[in-house]
Design a protein around this ligand. Sequence first.
Ligand code: ATP
Length: 361
Amino acid sequence: MTDTADAVDRTPSDESGVELDGISVAFDGVTALDDISLSVAEGEFFTLVGPSGCGKTTTLRAIAGFEPPTEGTIRIGGRSVEGVPPEERDIGIVFQNYALFPNMTVRENVGYGLRFRDSPGDQSPAARIDELLDLVDMEGMGDRDPTELSGGQQQRVALARALAPGPEVLLLDEPLSALDAQLRERLRVTVRDIQQELGITTVYVTHDQAEALAISDRVAVMSDGRLEQVGTPEAIYREPASRFVATFIGDNNLFEGTVTDTAPPRATIDGQPFLLPAGSEVSAGESVTLTVRPEAIELGDGDATLTVTVDNVEFLGDAYRLHCDWQGQSILVKTSAWTQTDDAVELGIDRDDVRIILDSD
Ligand code: ATP
């Protein structure tokens, strides 16, 4: 696992909000989480992303106290929570499926958490509920039943209910995945705005890599119960540390070959030389995978020039996506230049747009 140097430092604090130290979880002897260590700073929006079954929910459930780790330590606010039941962990949770109480009004749902905990400050419960409904843009809807709300409104209420007692940490498990695409994009901005306004330490789970990149301070990419890479969205996208991250996060082109020169650094892929970024630390004879994002490839000459045939052209609105064939390998290009199917074109790749993944990564 690589903890990528932050391309943009947006970590709000050095204080630890949530810390996982060597966490493993097994179900009936089958490992679901394998030695997970990560640190979420106080006030940080931290997202766990990865394919189905990689262990995102199990990680969140371990933090919440629903899944006791078989190994390792979890700290919230610097204190170990071993043996502390979920209701005493000072966390608020929002699940995918709303989980509102159907027999309670919106106000009663939001106020539910205040039955067991005092409102923050000296606020009355009623004032706290009003404040929360205002925060999630649901003022005036307090007397409705959950059945009278849209999916997006129900999730706003679920968020208000989780935040009502003023928890130290907010845990969100795929809170938007039951909503349609447009609403999901709007509501993710709302969630981010509210998190920023409150400055609450947040751990967010999603399988949607675009959502993870859009709203997080930092992202942890998970695969098969392990962390693949932790970093800012920019670092994860621009400097993927493994083949898995390079292909799971966004579209990418992968070229497998061998380093043939070190000054200037160069790799040869199927007989075609690719110049590597100056200063690349590679050794001649080393097997490498080069990655190049579709939007970094230009039509025309470059440090490496590939002659390809255009198999397919998709119009995306803001660009064209070309599916090209280069010596039997498919290459994806995102460009504003117009071409048509069966055209033979030159693709230029700038050495600074090449990322190197050593085949041991
Ligand atoms: P999804 O996006 O599908 O929710 P996930 O990344 O959240 O997936 P988890 O739900 O954490 O993944 O599951 C991780 C692994 O642990 C999977 O292989 C899953 O089948 C297994 N698992 C999770 N909960 C249990 C359980 N209660 N009993 C047995 N196995 C479980």
